[in-house]
Write a protein that binds this ligand. Structure first.
Ligand SMILES: O=c1ccn([C@@H]2O[C@H](COP(=O)(O)O)[C@@H](O)[C@H]2O)c(=O)[nH]1
Ligand SMILES: [Mg+2]
Length: 212
């Protein structure tokens, strides 16, 4: 890992920050809801603020659709071409990430999981990063289906339970508040980050740096 020389030649290790994409920087839920309503204007839907599961299909499955094929078809919305490319930004996220990357002693990488049906989601995540963060960030995008295998000090991610091959990943999980986790208790020593707009993230990053 990179190290920097500080005053009095005290070696200061760089804080490695991993930041998730969907529902941390990119508004997956809002975009899904809009697309769902466009496709099925006469069917019930779940407003973003009422979402309460990580996987959309789990909650939608409980709705009484007039046409039962909706239940099976709804995943096609986020598996379709341009869905990931066109995700809107979560307010303040991209500015915060760019500012964080300029902080002394901090390295930022984007860490995102493509869908199992990766055909569109994997390349479109690159497109999204290039468009919203800039071409240099292509070098900082990590796509993996197992985030536990990625090295870092912090992972800021809306998924409340991140599991994989490693039971003790190197990073500390900071749960980014999103519709899917808003009413869930954050267990153990995990922290929460509620938004990118009130400046809390700066204090959090400074605190992590002090603890290195
Ligand atoms: O209902 C859902 C919600 C999300 N997903 C997929 O999970 C991953 C999460 O990506 P991150 O960038 O790591 O947050 C992504 O592929 C989503 O599309 C899903 O399959 N179903
Ligand atoms: Mg996410």
């Amino acid at each position: 890992m990179a190290a920097r020389r500080g005053i009095g030649s005290m070696a200061q290790r760089t804080l490695m920050v991993l930041i998730d994409l969907d529902e941390t920087l990119a508004a997956f839920e809002k975009h899904f809801m809009i697309k769902f309503r466009e496709k099925y204007p006469n069917e019930p839907y779940i407003p973003v603020e009422k979402r309460n599961t990580f996987y959309i299909a789990e909650q939608y499955d409980k709705l009484n659709f007039t046409d039962d094929s909706v239940r099976l078809e709804l995943k096609k919305i986020y598996r379709s071409e341009h869905f990931f490319r066109d995700l809107p930004e979560i307010e303040g996220g991209c500015d915060a990430v760019k500012e964080m990357a300029e902080m002394e002693g901090v390295e930022v990488f984007i860490c995102s999981s493509p869908l199992f049906q990766y055909k569109y989601s994997a390349p479109e995540k690159y497109e999204w990063v290039e468009k919203h963060l800039g071409p240099d960030w292509i070098n900082r995008l990590i796509l993996t289906r197992d985030k536990t295998m990625i090295n870092g000090d912090i992972l800021i991610d809306d998924k409340i339970h991140i599991t994989g091959a490693l039971h003790n990943p190197s990073w500390k999980h900071v749960v980014f508040t999103a519709p899917n986790n808003q009413n869930m208790k954050v267990k153990g020593d995990k922290l929460r980050l509620n938004n990118w707009t009130d400046g809390t993230w700066r204090t959090m990053i400074e605190d992590f740096k002090k603890r290195l």
